[in-house]
Design a binder for this molecule. Structure first.
Ligand SMILES: NC(=O)c1ccc[n+]([C@@H]2O[C@H](COP(=O)([O-])OP(=O)(O)OC[C@H]3O[C@@H](n4cnc5c(N)ncnc54)[C@H](O)[C@@H]3O)[C@@H](O)[C@H]2O)c1
Length: 382
């Protein structure tokens, strides 16, 4: 009997050792290195809460581990050392699996082109060509549209992030003269259009299988007609996705009068920029608007950040809404292949918003930290 017990105990400890080993191996295999760039103003405040939620999640979900490295780049570094980020900042973050950004800029203290320069370089060097911005109105958040609620507002805008109207291509002649001339030329490539449309089609397949491409091909007969032609070429390859196209002016109107008709929107750099501000307000405001700068080919790290800026007007007051940063962190987990964990964060956010855990921008009285703590606590229950 004694021998049997010893054998059972030994078997039990072998089994428990093996399961611990399996958990450790899973953790090692799924450990991701995250570069954290809190930035300026409210950036560090909202990133603190995103990290609080991620840390709580990895305590209760053994499917992955996150290894954070924080970089103190931004305004304070500029004031201390005369540089927002070190010369080799791109080399420093290249090996990471993802970048989590707060927000940068403080125009009264440093010109925006100085503080925002690293962001532009990260997006371009790491070919983060898909800027993805979901607009979803959560229950408990007041809609700016009369008679439209959470069931009506759930779409995502994919903005082409690498070319189009925002390539730095142009010049000025006869500066300051009455006959001064400025030329700015957009650049649209077949490769760039095709890859962003394919990304949109693939995303539509994971949602409600509808893609709307936004152009202005009635007025711009070269670039946007190329967009139209490429959509026509690709659509048969994604016959399971319903696709259509709208001109940007009509789309702006339709987003307001019938947002429920949109699922995935793909737009050029400029039109995506315009429509995502509209999408942000339809989804409950800047405090809730999350965003990615994705390199879908995964050759480089992608970057996840709230849509909002550094909000110097409320920085240091502890009232910034951390939800946009927390939802951006959820999108980072999706990208790393852990969508169930991302969904869990979204459910925790949903529960918080529905029960009135609101910062002042949503009409509430909670602080940034209180909202972060409430969402972290909700993770256990959802
Ligand atoms: N990606 C980025 O880091 C990014 C994006 C946009 C603007 N900026 C920079 O941010 C600085 C400020 O720009 P801005 O004032 O035009 O835009 P902003 O987004 O910082 O603020 C606009 C308004 O929204 C409010 N707001 C923003 N985020 C909020 C939040 N989480 N909770 C509650 N209220 C919030 C602000 O208080 C402000 O009234 C500038 O330097 C700008 O260049 C940076």
């Amino acid at each position: 009997m004694g021998g049997g017990n010893r054998a059972a105990r030994s078997l039990y400890s072998t089994v428990s050792f093996c399961s611990q080993l399996a958990r450790d191996v899973t953790a090692v295999m799924n450990t991701y290195r995250i570069a954290v760039y809190p930035g300026d103003g409210i950036g560090p405040e909202v990133i603190n809460e995103a990290l609080r939620v991620l840390n709580r999640l990895q305590e209760i979900d053994s499917a992955f581990q996150l290894d954070f490295t924080t970089f103190d780049w931004g305004l304070r570094r500029w004031e201390r050392e005369g540089q927002v980020a070190p010369d080799d900042f791109l080399d420093l973050i290249r090996p990471f699996d993802a970048i989590l950004l707060g927000a940068v800029g403080w125009p009264e203290r440093v010109p925006d082109h100085v503080t925002l320069a690293p962001l532009v370089q990260i997006r371009q060097t790491f070919d983060q060509y898909a800027c993805v911005r979901p607009s979803r109105l959560y229950p408990g958040v007041k809609s700016v549209l009369a008679d439209k609620g959470p069931a009506d507002i759930d779409f995502v805008v994919i903005r082409e992030n690498s070319e189009g109207e925002y390539v730095n291509n142009g010049g000025r002649l006869r500066r300051g003269q009455p006959d001064e001339v400025a030329v700015q030329t957009a650049l649209h490539t077949r490769r760039g259009i095709e890859r962003i449309l394919r990304y949109g089609f693939e995303m539509a397949r994971t949602r409600r299988s509808k893609l709307t491409m936004i152009t202005k091909s009635n007025a711009q007969a070269y670039a946007y007609v190329l967009w139209d032609e490429i959509l026509d070429e690709l659509a048969p390859q994604y016959a399971d996705v319903e696709s259509d196209r709208q001109h940007c002016d009509a789309a702006a109107m339709n987003l307001v009068r019938r947002p429920e008709s949109f699922d995935v929107i793909v737009a050029s750099n400029l039109f995506g920029d315009l429509l995502t501000d509209l999408g942000g307000v339809l989804g409950g405001g800047l405090g809730l608007a999350a965003s990615t700068n994705t390199n879908p080919d995964r050759d480089y790290p992608s970057m996840f950040e709230p849509v909002h800026g550094s909000a110097p007007d409320i920085a240091g007051k502890g009232i910034a809404n951390p939800v946009a940063a927390i939802l951006s962190a959820a999108m980072m987990l999706d990208h790393l292949g852990h969508q169930p964990a991302g969904n869990r964060i979204r459910r925790a956010v949903e529960r918080s918003l529905a029960t009135g855990d609101h910062t002042p921008d949503l009409g509430g009285t909670l602080t940034t930290q209180q909202v972060g703590e409430a969402i972290a606590k909700n993770l256990d229950a959802v």
